[in-house]
Design a protein around this ligand. Sequence first.
Ligand code: SAH
Ligand code: SF4
Length: 359
Amino acid sequence: MINLLDFDLPGLTRYFAEIGEKPFRAKQVLRWIHQKGASDFEQMTDLAKSLRENLTQRAEIVAPKIRDEFRSDDGTVKWLIDTGAGNAVETVFIPEDDRGTLCVSSQVGCALACTFCSTGRQGFNRNLSVSEIIGQLWLANKALGRDPKGERIISNVVMMGMGEPLTNFDNVVTALNIMLDDHAYGLSRRRVTVSTSGVVPAMDRLAAACPVALAVSLHAPNDALRDVLVPINQKYPLAELMAACQRYLEVAPRDFITFEYVMLDGVNDSLSHAAQLIALTRDVPCKFNLIPFNPFPDSGYARSKPEAIRRFREALQEAGYVVTTRKTRGDDIDAACGQLAGQVHDKTKRKLHKEGVTL
Ligand code: SAH
Ligand code: SF4
């Protein structure tokens, strides 16, 4: 059986041609699936009966299964999504005054092994398929329903759940296409954000394939420290990363990159780190998002003191940067950044990075 949740519009159009159906029907079917949440071809009453029968025989619309749902006191909702073979990933909905953001996972685990990240500690199992990625949005939309005006509750998507989206490039781009398509979710490019730890060649490919808003997980202002915190830095060091950010901005839907910076007590949060950061990013139009570290068992790190975060923020602001400090949301249900653990059977048999890091 072919799962139609795996197709964006060009893919579905090609598939319809292959099975002898009119390609333009693909738009109609995409609307049924993603706008009306249909999972049964019999619901698609404006399609010819012969098309419905043809599809019923060959195809299906199957989202992954929700294994569990957790609701935080602050309105945050976390779903544990079954990805088979004893594995699971997590999806988080974060309500705010002016928007509703869904944080979507792209892989079961992550191979990049950032030392302060719970997903990174677990190792890597596999990439999510398109239907598993877009299925998170499909399921969350169904679970949350619409607001009193009939608008969708989810207005923004961030690829900031488990996994490194740019190492699951093709599936992520197809899922992004579906998010942006007016026949599906119709989200604007500025409301869809890919967060990357800095996979430089894939940043250029994303710019060419599907430029959306880009967040880059910086976390350290020099290569020596970043090599340890974000090991992919050993392959793509900061000078290359900054150049890639500048190239991305030539096509980006926003005129800035968002730099994420996790605040680790005594590790990367001094005023001298702030000064290095200012020098590093001088030529990249950017905003900073400071993320107070969210602890998990045996992490070896602690969250920076509020005073240190305030000083760091002010140093950046005085240098002219726009800086936000991310509010910790959903920590009563372990749904905050970096706490998403799901259930991952590591296939990489990596050594755990146990030691804390100081520089
Ligand atoms: N792999 C991508 C996206 C997923 S992580 C990336 O690394 O960008 C989303 C954000 O949460 C990243 O900036 C990540 O570095 C940060 N993060 C990871 N672990 C964290 C933790 N324990 N506390 C706070 N932020 C964390
Ligand atoms: Fe992977 Fe991102 Fe976690 Fe690093 S921070 S291990 S890239 S999910």
